[in-house]
Design a protein around this ligand. Structure first.
Ligand SMILES: NS(=O)(=O)c1cccc(F)c1F
Ligand SMILES: [Zn+2]
Length: 260
């Protein structure tokens, strides 16, 4: 079976053949239209809280279509749209071949150069990520837009400085210095949009409560170049770029905002 990817023969338009849920009613990403969002005071009354811990020797790997950090420590979130406590499992990114594209969610039709996803699972109800991944209330993912600035993002620098060591598929390293993923969050996490969606990659399970922050984090062009130098396979294989799924219709879903 041809494995899924982002090319012409195996990209997002072909996924429905192996993953029929791709044609479902709560698929992600979506285009975020702030004027269409409903400001919900229940979200502000019950603030989103993040309690992340330092990760000693964080594992960073190249699974072939992104770069991913696996989390072992107890880093949890709750509140906002969430019932119960969700535990951080991994984070990864999606990016473009150029700054004009790369994010999965769009803002009034605008793409950002990249988007960071911090994936959490409902640890109150389920005993593992694997058990939670296909449940309607199984996952909560933070979506953070990346924008270009002349200064590198210090939190991401610990990762972009070593991406050359995971350039090829199935390479992995441990980050020596302990790493607290809280450094990846924007300053203001009280302004976000939230809606019920799915994984943006196969198996596309409709199990994600999405929380997309209004405030982007800022990265340098050199850091973007480091992501674009990652390879899909072994030495000489194509670079990992444009690993994003374009937006799907919101349909009957309610997009809620935590702010006016
Ligand atoms: N792009 S994504 O955040 O939707 C995602 C991708 C793979 C596994 C996940 F659990 C997940 F959440
Ligand atoms: Zn993702």
């Amino acid at each position: 079976m041809a494995t899924w990817g982002y090319g012409n023969d195996n990209g997002p338009a072909t996924w429905v053949k192996s993953f029929p849920v791709a044609a479902g009613t709560r698929q992600s990403p979506i285009d975020i239209v702030p004027t269409a969002a409903k400001c919900d005071t229940k979200l502000t009354e019950n603030p989103l809280t993040v309690n992340y811990s330092p990760e000693p020797a964080m594992e960073l790997c190249n699974p072939g279509l992104s770069v991913k950090a696996n989390i072992k420590s107890k880093s949890v979130i709750k509140g906002g749209p969430l019932e119960g406590e969700y535990k951080l499992e991994q984070f990864h990114l999606h990016w473009g071949s150029a700054d004009k594209q790369g994010s999965e969610h769009t803002l009034n039709g605008k793409m950002f150069p990249a988007e960071l996803h911090l994936v959490h699972y409902n640890a109150t109800k389920y005993s593992s990520f694997g058990e939670a991944v296909d449940k309607p209330d199984g996952l909560a993912v933070f979506g953070i837009f990346l924008k270009i600035s002349d200064k590198p993002h210090q939190g991401l620098k610990s990762l972009t400085d070593v991406l050359s060591e995971v350039q090829y598929k199935d390479k992995s390293i441990n980050i020596k210095q302990e790493y607290n993923p809280v450094c990846l969050l924007p300053d203001n996490i009280n302004k976000y949009w939230t809606y019920l969606g799915s994984l943006t990659t196969p198996p596309l399970c409709e199990s994600v409560t999405w929380i997309v922050f209004e405030e982007p984090i800022e990265v340098s062009e050199d850091q973007m170049k480091a992501f674009r130098a990652l390879c899909c396979g072994e030495c000489g294989s194509a670079p990992i770029v444009d690993n994003y799924r374009p937006p799907l219709p919101l349909g009957n879903r309610q997009l809620r905002a935590s702010f006016q």
